[in-house]
Design a protein around this ligand. Structure first.
Ligand SMILES: [Zn+2]
Length: 96
């Protein structure tokens, strides 16, 4: 993995073998909070949700739900640790 410090203070991570995955780590945030995006995935639809006040304090202003291969994926921590579901994917699902 290549990690590069950007001028805005965030660190950009890219994998050497699988460069289509890109991660943006906020300054002073641990690695596990890095937001990963697969640039190669066929995204058919996206939703944006405003982050909670607690998340905003941690530097996250919004969460993005993307529809990939008919599956809803959210980039918030709740999705990652909630077994592939979070309040955002549920909200997006009601709009389908
Ligand atoms: Zn979410």
């Amino acid at each position: 993995m290549i990690s590069k410090l950007l001028s805005d203070g965030t660190t950009q991570h890219t994998f050497v073998d699988d460069a289509k995955w890109i991660g943006i780590q906020q300054p002073n945030q641990p690695m596990f909070k890095t937001k990963w995006t697969n640039l190669d995935m066929p995204v058919s639809r996206t939703w944006e949700f405003e982050a909670s006040d607690r998340s905003k304090k941690a530097g996250f202003m919004k969460w993005v739900v993307t529809m990939v291969n008919n599956k809803l994926i959210c980039d918030c921590g709740g999705y990652r640790y909630g077994g592939g579901q979070c309040k955002h994917t549920k909200l997006a699902h009601t709009e389908l």
